[in-house]
Ligand binder design. Structure first.
Ligand code: ADE
Length: 233
């Protein structure tokens, strides 16, 4: 089985994402053949000669709505070429993204990320094509392009072989239900600020226990919800 994860991003302004996908961790993953990110411009699927992909909302109201036709045309074409594990719509009213969901998605083969723009998209797209709706946080961006890039980055760095040091990914915030502990590097003293002694002691058990304590304290202060039994993860 081919183990390259393919991510098709369907959006109104792919130019906004092109350079990001060629650089950073995602660029490295593509160079190594571990992921392939393909950008699709909804304007290429417009049905009128002016390449309109949006229109005013039925029932009135402010803002423009992305039309169903170009989105169906693009996604129908992709689905006729291969089968997809998920068609993910990025939207502020989606389910809030977590590290667990990123880990789950990193095990898939083919994903479509659909980025909205303007005020929203025609509900029929969500009803028929979309299998998952994801929000990257409780704030509203102009479009789903940046959220699609965020989701891509968070998935790709979990693919084995993309990040050089696999342990570095396993230690990240959220991987063990805690926020990450503080990090230091050389020099051992900078402007009178010293690195905690335990980290230079060479005592690995003591270092592990210090990191665990720091992670727990930080999580308690900043994200007590992560320590309660009712936390979603
Ligand atoms: N589109 C606009 N804002 C968004 C958000 N917070 N998450 C996902 N998609 C969005």
């Amino acid at each position: 089985m081919n183990n390259t994860l393919r991510i098709d991003i369907v959006c109104a302004v792919p130019q906004a994402l092109a350079s990001f996908m060629q650089t950073s961790i995602v660029g490295r993953g593509q160079e190594k053949g571990l992921v392939e990110v393909v950008l699709h411009n909804l304007h290429d699927y417009a049905t009128d000669k002016f390449k309109h992909i949006d229109d005013t909302p039925y029932g009135g109201g402010a803002g423009m709505i992305l039309q169903a036709e170009p989105i169906f045309a693009c996604i129908d074409k992709l689905q006729s070429e291969r089968s997809y594990d998920d068609v993910i719509f990025l939207t502020p009213d989606g389910v809030r993204l977590t590290q667990n969901v990123c880990a789950e998605l990193s095990l898939t083969q083919n994903l479509i990320l659909l980025a909205g723009h303007y005020k929203g998209i025609d509900q029929r797209v969500r009803d028929v094509l979309v299998t998952r709706e994801v929000s990257i946080g409780d704030y509203v961006l102009t479009g789903g392009e940046l959220p699609a890039a965020v989701l891509t980055d968070a998935i790709v760095r979990l693919l084995p072989g993309v990040v050089g040091d696999a342990e570095s990914v396993l230690d990240d915030s959220f991987m063990h239900g805690l926020l990450d502990s503080p990090h230091y590097t050389k020099p051992a003293e900078f402007r009178g600020l010293k690195v905690p002694e335990v980290l230079t002691s060479g005592n690995h058990a003591a270092i592990r226990s210090w990191r665990e304590d720091m992670a727990r304290t930080k999580t308690m202060e900043r994200r007590p919800d992560m320590l309660s039994d009712t936390h979603e993860e």
